[in-house]
Design a protein. Sequence first.
Length: 317
Amino acid sequence: MKKSRTLLLIFTIIILIVLDLFGDKILSGDFSGLSFIILNFRLPRLLIVLIAGVAISISGALVQNISLNPLADSGMLGFTSGASFAIVLLIFISEKFTMPSWTTYLYPACAVIGACLAYFLLSGLAMGKNFSQLRLILSGLAITAIFQSLITILQLTLNSFDFQKLAIWLTGDVWLTDYKYIIFLTICLVFGLLALPFFFNRLDGLALGQELATSLGIDVEKTIKQLFFLTLVFTSIGVAAVGAVSFVGLISPHIARSLTSFKARNRLFYTGLVGVIIMLLADIIAKNIISPSTLPLGFVVALIGAPYFVFLINRKV
């Protein structure tokens, strides 16, 4: 059963990739200029969407595992807005001081720094002696509001073209599709994925609760800090790829849990696959629903994810 589900998810991803790349061409029967369109426009966007699907979904799964809160994700804790703020700040500095083009490769690093700043603020506000899930979520929302205000202030100083482009990206959309940038993001993602297996057993322990995890010999405090940093890395990769896309990190782990076993190894693998499917489906809809124009990816993801989020709230609360 498990193998058949895995094959079904992979087959679904392959079908969605084909539709994303060739769907409209297959329906119209017009294949003129196909290779140019694929290599220069559709393939780079597809690769960014795949990277974002994996990164955002896994960051959400890690947050839910760490906090033991099934309705949490990196966006609710302020990490996404912190990463977004750092990138916007870099764009602001680049415009004011005419920075070289390679500055764009600093986006992921800046995003990590911004997400780390959000984490330190969250630690100071919510992770002390008076820790509670409610305090954690409320502090995350407050941090998000602060960073969003700072982002708006920086946006207002940009020229109208950059302001509009940045506004669309911040709602969640593909911005940079340079192949070198894609390779750089892929390398960052691979390093993050290679680090995950070292935490599988500890994630399984944390899922049982901190007291049981401690009794199993897990250094809970150290492990949580390490996992939070890994979460920040995945969150930053997602933000650097497609901006602040909501709901993918929230709903992917829930769907994955219904498909596989308790083990973190299986859950994270399925979470990544589900995240990719959601992002591919959203990308197909975004490019075709008002063709030839394209909707921001984040809008479509919200349309897909919001109803499921309401369902989760009714079931969990």
